[in-house]
Design a protein around this ligand. Structure first.
Ligand SMILES: *Cc1c(COP(=O)(O)O)cnc(C)c1O
Length: 405
């Protein structure tokens, strides 16, 4: 049997990652990944798990005891929450206004649950009023499920008013915070969220591989009250709780040790920057990017008040060839941005400014590259205008918001 040529190390090129994830990773996080292994039951490793739990509680703004990093990407977090909280026959209200709401409805169905969809156009949000009406019509339901940051459309789902509605109807509130955590406020306790999961490769700027996850005492009680054991053994949160619990530390599966080193370092960077400074940085870079893109004829899909700063979804004028531009960006500039998914394919770009990717230098580099590519194709773009518009935003801002860490 002949092997393909594998006699050399894989040395990836340097890419500027400005898509919907993964985002850029800080050198300190990459360094943490390359440290020697210790065993997953080594007392030193158990200390590290405690550190991660404390850092995650601060990041999620919660006192929930069950706050962990699940093995697997964001979708594993999603599947764990649904598989543990939705039993066969359970009805759950789910907001569907993009790819991830759709995926949640599918997962609920696969667990034998009944998804009651609240649909909205892609780019719109699910109004609290619609949740209130559906709850009044359909209660009792087991849970209300919403995507905080819909990465396929760039829409930011308001959550402040939903928690109280859920409590009033005895429903659990499940929130997907994969893209929002670390980029905009996520207030698990203050907003009455019962189950919240995220992913490492978006605004936490760690490689993909872990799903931060927190569950309220109400959610843990719902798991204890299940009629049937969770259908997934690997994602059974009652078993996983026994490993993360300081008092039991029962072996379930081997923890992804190096990824946990990396996450600890990534969360330390988040804490060192400070919540307000981090959120302000994400807002400012998004504002500057959108000001520049506007001069190129690219306008945001969601309404102003519902835009995510870390995922800038802009519609393309007809004259712009989506694939041609993205190929040149990648091949000539080493820059990755995202295309549209589903019905938005070929119609939008999704430009991620997540975590370490959200930097002034990255915004100016991308705008400069787009101006050059547009000019090359003879599309009406006055070279310099986009960069200038972004610079105007930066010069009007506080210098502390702009500094890199
Ligand atoms: C990226 C993403 C996911 C899935 O995360 P993976 O790491 O790709 O598994 C889920 N929900 C939202 C909102 C996302 O943006």
């Amino acid at each position: 049997m002949s092997l393909p040529p594998q006699d050399h190390e894989f040395l990836p090129p340097y890419r500027l990652l400005l898509g919907p994830g993964p985002s850029m990773v800080h050198p300190r996080v990459l360094h943490a990944l390359s440290q020697p292994l210790v065993g997953h039951l080594d007392p030193l490793f158990l200390d590290l798990m405690n550190d991660i739990q404390a850092l995650l509680r601060a990041t999620f703004q919660t006192n929930n005891e069950f706050t962990i990093a699940l093995s697997g990407t964001g979708s594993a977090g999603m599947e764990a929450v649904i598989a543990n909280l939705i039993e066969p026959g359970d009805r759950a209200l789910v907001g569907v206004n993009g790819v991830f709401g759709t995926r949640l409805a599918t997962m609920i169905e696969r667990q034998g649950g009944v998804p009651l969809r609240i649909d909205a156009s892609w780019g719109d949000i699910i109004p609290a009023e619609a949740v209130r009406e559906q709850l009044a019509r359909s209660a009792p339901v087991k849970a209300v499920v919403l995507v905080h940051a819909e990465t396929s459309t760039g829409a930011r789902q308001p959550l402040e008013d939903v928690g109280a509605l859920c409590r009033a109807h005895g429903a659990l509130l499940i929130v997907d915070a994969v893209t929002s955590l670390g980029g905009i406020p996520v207030e698990v306790d203050a907003w009455g969220i019962d189950a919240c999961y995220s992913g490492t490769q978006k605004c936490l700027s760690c490689p993909p591989g872990l799903a931060p996850l927190t569950m309220s005492p109400r959610a843990m009680e719902a798991i204890r009250q299940r009629q049937t054991p969770c259908h997934s053994w690997y994602l059974d949160l009652a078993l996983i709780a026994d490993y993360w619990n300081d008092r039991s530390r029962a072996y379930h599966h081997t923890a992804p040790i190096s990824m946990l080193y990396a996450l600890r370092e990534a969360l330390r960077l988040v804490q060192a920057e400070g919540r307000e400074a981090r959120f302000a940085r994400h807002r400012l870079n998004s504002e500057a990017l959108l000001a520049g893109l506007e001069t190129l004829g690219l306008t945001p899909l969601p309404a102003t008040e519902h835009r995510l700063p870390m995922l800038n979804c802009v519609t393309l004028p007809d004259r712009i060839n989506d694939a041609a531009v993205r190929t040149r960006l990648l091949e000539d500039y080493g820059i990755e941005i995202g295309g549209g998914l589903g019905p938005l394919r070929g119609r939008v770009w999704r430009i991620g400014l997540m975590g370490e990717s959200s930097r002034e230098a990255h915004v100016l580099t991308l705008l400069g590259a787009l101006e050059e590519i547009f000019a090359h194709h003879g599309w009406p773009a006055q070279p310099g205008r986009a960069v200038h518009a972004a610079v105007d935003i930066y010069t009007g801002s506080q210098p502390t918001t702009r500094r890199s860490t």
